[in-house]
Ligand binder design. Structure first.
Ligand SMILES: [Zn+2]
Length: 454
């Protein structure tokens, strides 16, 4: 009797806290998920580079290297999933970081890159069954060509056409970020055939903002990206044109301090609404970073996706599509509810690199229980800078974007299988509907939203 009661207790505990997430997965559903090609809604894929060349355009605002924040443990370069990724991609047969094994791995990586040349990015996509990858980059580059790679350029810079000294003074990261944005804005102004910002807001919008969006569309962009949460709060207000024009004219020819920030912010809000309207006209979706971000000065409270509500609810922007990327994590409940708005979408990017599959599965499940036709596959893949095992004259091995892509993609697929298996088990959806939802998340929702053929 005692033994029986003990066994029952163990079984109950095991059901509530499964030790192995795979026990919870329907194998047929997992097989369907693993063989379905994905459209990756958000990545920082790198271009093919020559010897000694460095790709500096894979992110407008890369993580600042001074005063770094703690890297979440599941996104570090010592996770055992790396062995699986290296095995799948490069035939690595070890589960350790010994210098000799890493040297062999470095040679294999080099060999594959040489063999594939400009085809290396497409080769990598084939390894993890990604049919189309969105490249969130300042510019595209070698090996990143349509139809498999689609451009998502950055347009934050257009929101900050005035003197940014007051904004830079907030902290060292903002100083670094606004410096980067100023360089990008300068190139947008030059590409628009001007040497400085025009004197009036109307001139700026018509001669710089609209032509920049039109050039990006013409160059193949499918969406435009805002890393606004790294630069200011996502809280956007409705501002009328006359007030914005007055702010522009009174502020544009002088140095600004923190005291000017509220007026400058109103101007930014107006420019953003204008950008959203123009993007809607041109068929470009707006991508926003939402939720957790990198850097030790990142203001998480300002990255809550609910802060965008005023923009999402603007009746003049109903033709604009908003993709609030990274699922707004840790505000997943807020995101799930925002997805019921007609023009709001999200993706699985970033969370799948921060969280292992078993932790991400319940997050994803909540999103799918609200709006399965609004959630898209995404990884936020990146190449890590710090090489592993670089000591004593040994160069070590860099964790490449393909390694991160393999791991994050597998986490999304496993989390999707766990979430949907749970929904079937609990009678929320039929097995057939679960397969359908899996396909929607992997490619159907993105292909419909952006008009793509996977
Ligand atoms: Zn990203």
């Amino acid at each position: 009797m005692k033994i029986g009661a003990f066994c029952l207790l163990v079984l109950t505990t095991a059901a509530a806290f499964p030790q192995d997430g795979s026990l919870q997965i329907d194998p047929q559903l997992l097989a369907h998920i693993n063989t379905t090609p994905a459209i990756d809604n958000h990545t920082h894929v790198e271009k093919v580079t020559g010897p000694g060349e460095k790709d500096t355009e894979f992110d407008a605002l890369p993580c600042p290297e001074n005063e770094p924040a703690l890297t979440p443990a599941m996104a570090r370069s010592d996770i055992p999933e790396l062995f699986s990724a290296w095995h799948a991609l490069y035939g690595y047969n070890f589960r350790d970081f010994s210098p000799q094994h890493l040297a062999e791995l470095a040679a294999s990586k080099q060999q594959v890159r040489q063999r594939e040349g400009d085809n290396f990015p497409a080769w990598a996509l084939d390894q993890f069954r990604t049919s189309i990858m969105f490249a969130n980059r300042i510019n595209m580059g070698r090996g990143l060509t349509a139809p498999r790679f689609r451009w998502v350029p950055y347009d934050d810079a257009l929101m900050y056409p005035l003197n940014n000294d007051g904004l830079k003074a907030e902290n060292p990261d903002r100083r670094f970020f606004f410096g980067r944005e100023e360089t990008i804005l300068k190139s947008y102004i030059q590409q628009s055939g001007l040497s400085a910002v025009p004197d009036t807001l109307d001139g700026y919008l018509k001669q710089v903002v609209t032509p920049t969006l039109e050039r990006q569309k013409h160059a193949g962009a499918v969406a435009i990206k805002f890393e606004m949460a790294y630069l200011r709060s996502l809280e956007v207000r409705r501002v009328d044109e006359a007030a914005a024009a007055r702010a522009y004219e009174s502020l544009h020819s002088r140095s600004l301090t923190g005291a000017d920030t509220p007026a400058y912010q109103e101007l930014q809000d107006y420019i953003l609404a204008y950008l959203a309207g123009e993007a809607g006209r041109l068929g470009l979706a707006l991508h926003f970073h939402t939720g957790f971000g990198c850097g030790s000065y990142f203001k998480l409270a300002g990255a809550n996706p609910l802060l965008l509500e005023e923009l999402l609810d603007n009746p003049e922007l109903r033709k604009t599509t908003f993709v609030l990327i990274h699922g707004g994590w840790p505000w997943s409940g807020e995101m799930a509810t925002l997805l019921t708005k007609p023009n709001v979408y999200t993706d699985t990017s970033e969370q799948s690199w921060l969280l292992p599959a078993a932790t991400f599965a319940p997050v994803l499940r909540l999103l799918l229980e609200f709006a399965p036709e609004k959630v898209m596959f995404g990884t936020d893949l990146y190449g890590a800078d710090e090489p592993i095992g670089a000591e004593g004259g040994n160069p070590g091995v860099s964790v490449g974007w393909e390694d991160v892509g393999w791991i994050a993609g597998r986490r999304v697929r496993n989390a999707l299988a766990m979430a949907l298996s749970g929904m079937v088990r609990d009678g929320e959806v039929t097995p057939a509907r679960a397969r359908e939802i899996a396909s929607l998340v992997l490619n159907g929702n993105a292909s419909k939203l952006y008009g793509l053929i996977p």
